[in-house]
Write a protein that binds this ligand. Structure first.
Ligand code: HEM
Length: 488
């Protein structure tokens, strides 16, 4: 055998032994662990056949009731998936001191727009969260209600014209256009015309942020698992052209308003008020966060609500009755208080968030060794913790007949019986979703406007049962969301 061949055999043998040892990390520490294989670890078929939360759901089902948490492997990174809701509650809340970081990747040097409240850690995160929280108070939301109300009317009028050409419409696309207009207007101060023009620049860049290729998804997981190495390699979080577009769009409005002393009831003006405390790129990064955290999540919620309503005509009619009756009683006008006061709408939205949580897999990083209460199992510092919201929301122990759409689960009477930390669409604890009110306002607005003007039903192109795009980090329907839309 030649020397080269000896060398190759030795390298392969060493790699094999290293991987074998790596995939025993949790077993050697007394944990039950999910099966792992080269190269995706426990995420077999991720990005091609299944989503990350579907891969984790297989592990959840296998180990539920056998351990409070199990070891899983993301590529070669040993991560933990808690299963017991009590442990999840502690991780997100009581024991937050050991799990402050979300463990998301950011790269201040090569991609400064990636450092925001969602991604930052430690004191930097604390400072930003504290200073930006007031931007999302209910009084600030109320100020922006009028803007969203007008955009909602534009959605209804434009869709109304479009269905005269074809009653079959991709409602995911409409929900995205509506959400992009809301965010473009409130966080960037521009009329980006996404409702009228599905190919507008704003839409194009927004979509690019989430339509990851399988290679980008793998790069993303690698960067999350090995952030220091990824930073050394100059790996970005946002595609460069997308970050540049959002930065320039924001700065143009920002400087114009600053120069002309223009004040509006929107996020841009609120960010302008913080200009002495943060750099421009930091403020632009937070404006982009409204897009990054609010666009796909809110439009996903709207999309799946319409899907559930289309498949459940009685629920759809009951919801329509609630909204139209109250609007008629108020002289045809919808108000902020009414939007947040519709009880059945709230139940429908909650049930949609349960069945289709836009962020189905939530993360934390352990920042000091943590002993799981009541055991001698230790989660070492540096471990990524993956809370699979999707599995909790589909667990028949917590939500009987989980594949049925039953808004009554969230009635005033029943909601108090839901076991704590089994319903987590917006996360929980000090890192709870900061934009929850804005997300709910725009999704509820979109649904309220649409449901009073149109009826929705399944058509030949509707995907039943639902299938998700394997490479998408958020819950994304395969083949869009085609529904039959008719004017009432
Ligand atoms: C229906 C819409 C939305 C859903 C389902 C959603 C869901 C979530 C979830 C699950 C988290 C993680 C929470 C945790 O780790 O405990 C989160 C974090 C966050 N969300 Fe949302 N979100 C939505 C809309 C929005 C909007 C519209 C914005 C901004 C305008 C926003 C801003 C944020 C921010 C800043 C964080 C990070 C909070 C922190 O780490 O301190 N979200 N969201």
């Amino acid at each position: 055998m030649s020397l080269t061949l000896y060398f190759v055999v030795a390298v392969i043998t060493l790699c094999y032994l290293w991987i074998k040892r790596r995939y025993s990390f949790w077993k050697n520490r007394g944990f039950l662990q999910a099966e792992a294989s080269f190269p995706f670890g426990s995420f077999k078929g991720i990005g091609t056949k299944v989503t990350s939360y579907e891969a984790l759901d297989v592990c959840y089902k296998e180990f539920k009731g056998k351990a409070p948490a199990i070891g899983i492997y993301s590529f070669f990174s040993p991560n933990i998936m808690p299963i017991d809701p009590e442990l999840i509650k502690n991780i997100l809340g009581k024991d937050f001191a050991s799990f402050q970081s979300r463990g998301m990747y950011y790269n201040k040097k090569d991609d400064p727009m990636s450092a925001n409240i969602l991604t930052l850690d430690g004191q930097e995160w604390k400072d930003r969260r504290q200073k930006f929280t007031s931007m999302f108070s209910s009084s600030k939301m109320k100020m922006m209600f009028e803007i969203l109300d007008k955009i909602g009317d534009k959605l209804v009028n434009t869709l109304g014209r479009k269905i005269t050409e074809s009653s079959e419409q991709d409602m995911r696309n409409w929900a995205q256009r509506f959400t992009a207009d809301n965010i473009g207007t409130t966080a960037f101060g521009i009329d980006c015309c996404c409702i009228e023009d599905p190919n507008s620049e704003f839409m194009k860049y927004g979509r690019r942020l989430f339509d990851l290729t399988t290679f980008e998804l793998i790069k993303f997981f690698f960067a999350v698992d090995y952030p220091n190495l990824a930073r050394k390699l100059g790996i970005r979080f946002n595609p460069k052209e997308v970050a540049d577009f959002f930065y320039e769009t924001f700065i143009q409005t920002f400087e114009y308003r600053e120069k002309n002393k223009i004040q509006r009831n929107d996020f841009v003006s609120m960010l302008l008020e913080l200009k002495e405390q943060f750099t421009r790129v930091e403020l632009a990064a937070e404006a982009m966060l409204v897009y990054a955290a609010g666009y796909e999540t809110s439009s996903t919620l709207m999309t799946f609500t319409l899907y559930a309503l289309a498949l459940n005509p009685e629920i759809q009619q009951r919801l329509r009755n609630e909204i139209t009756t109250e609007i008629e009683e108020n002289d045809g006008k919808l108000t902020y208080e009414m939007l947040f006061g519709f009880k059945y709408l709230d139940m429908v939205i909650n049930e949609t968030l349960r069945m289709f949580p836009p962020i189905a897999d939530n993360m934390r990083t352990c920042n000091k060794d943590y002993t799981i209460p009541g055991t001698n199992l230790i989660i070492p510092s540096g471990t990524t913790v993956e809370i699979n919201t999707y599995s909790l929301h589909h667990d028949p122990e917590y939500f009987p007949e989980p594949e049925k759409f039953i808004p009554e689960r969230f009635s005033e009477e029943n909601i108090k019986n839901i076991k704590p930390s089994t319903f987590l669409p917006f996360g929980s604890g000090p890192r709870l979703c900061l934009g929850m009110r804005f997300g709910l306002m725009q999704s509820k607005m979109g649904i309220a406007k649409l449901i009073t003007e149109f009826s929705f039903s399944a058509c030949d192109k509707t995907t039943i049962p639902m299938k998700f795009v394997p490479s998408a980090p958020f819950l994304t329907p395969q083949n869009g969301m085609w529904l039959k839309v008719e004017k009432i």
